[in-house]
Design a protein around this ligand. Sequence first.
Ligand SMILES: O=C(O)CCC(=O)C(=O)O
Ligand SMILES: [Fe+2]
Length: 337
Amino acid sequence: MKRNFPQDEEDSFMTIFKYYKSNKPQPSLEQVLQSECNDEVSMMPNQNTSEDARASNLGLQNTKTWKMFEFKRHPGLILIRDPFTSSGQKYWIRNCLEEYPRKPNKTNIDIERHIEDWWQECLEGNQCDKKLQKKLRWTTLGYHHNWDTKVYNEENKNAFPSELSELCDVVANRLGYRDFRSEAAIVNYYHMGSTLSAHIDYSECDLEAPLFSFSFGQSAIFLVGGHNKSIKPSAILLNSGDILVMSKETRLCYHAVPKILPASKQPWNEGSTSIIEKGVNFKFVDETELILGMKKNIEDKEWSKFNSYVEESRININVRQVLKQNQKSLLDSNSNT
Ligand SMILES: O=C(O)CCC(=O)C(=O)O
Ligand SMILES: [Fe+2]
């Protein structure tokens, strides 16, 4: 049954959010942008692109073959449709579960209890602790996002994962951003029924730098609107492996996740495997460590536990540059310029 959107000029964003969040009745997906064959998007050209030799070892397909789209209604909003290989998706899913929630990184569970290694703790004993698994909602990396004040602090940061810096550097370079620096990330963990309400990410000093958002596991309806909530948002379906880039005008637009949807495919289990090459020049990551991490998944011995998690959940990695180009730290006087 088709429903019409109620007309609410005050907060169109909230109206659409509630529409897609609803379970009874279920929303129609008719207006959700799901395929590239529509006149709302323009395909970005691939010519004049040179191949990035780092891609394969990072679980990405050849950078020359990526399918990239820009949304006409949202200048600077770019979608790269699943540029990962299946072993690449497994590698990043595994990092989000096994590596990133580990101390000294911060998680939402910290206020309740100290857990040194959340993934290990979930697997202690004979049975997987599903309750503890579902408790994890976010992990922060690099400069830790302060959920109360929304202000980053020089004292509240840890090392940013070098492989994630490298991944973002490849994506940024592919889009022509040569100086992007990965300095803060939120990893969001969603289960069926989880939502993320409308917000703008404005805490970073450099708001000209793009924001990179990677989705894995189950799918999501992503809403993106304008600089205030009276602007009606567009709904986009994000699937496992998709990279959404919020840049230019769209960097400071309201966005939200009203619904998690069951994935129609499992691209992390189907498709090509990364070919591992030795002797590639990396900017941030140690080649031996990266190769070891990638090989673990190709050998496939321990994958089933991670697979059970992503069969029921969605993971989103949201990476930002915090400092301005000429700024060395938050204490640097250039922070006010
Ligand atoms: O889950 C997503 O796709 C968006 C997450 C987000 O907007 C955020 O972490 O700021
Ligand atoms: Fe956000």
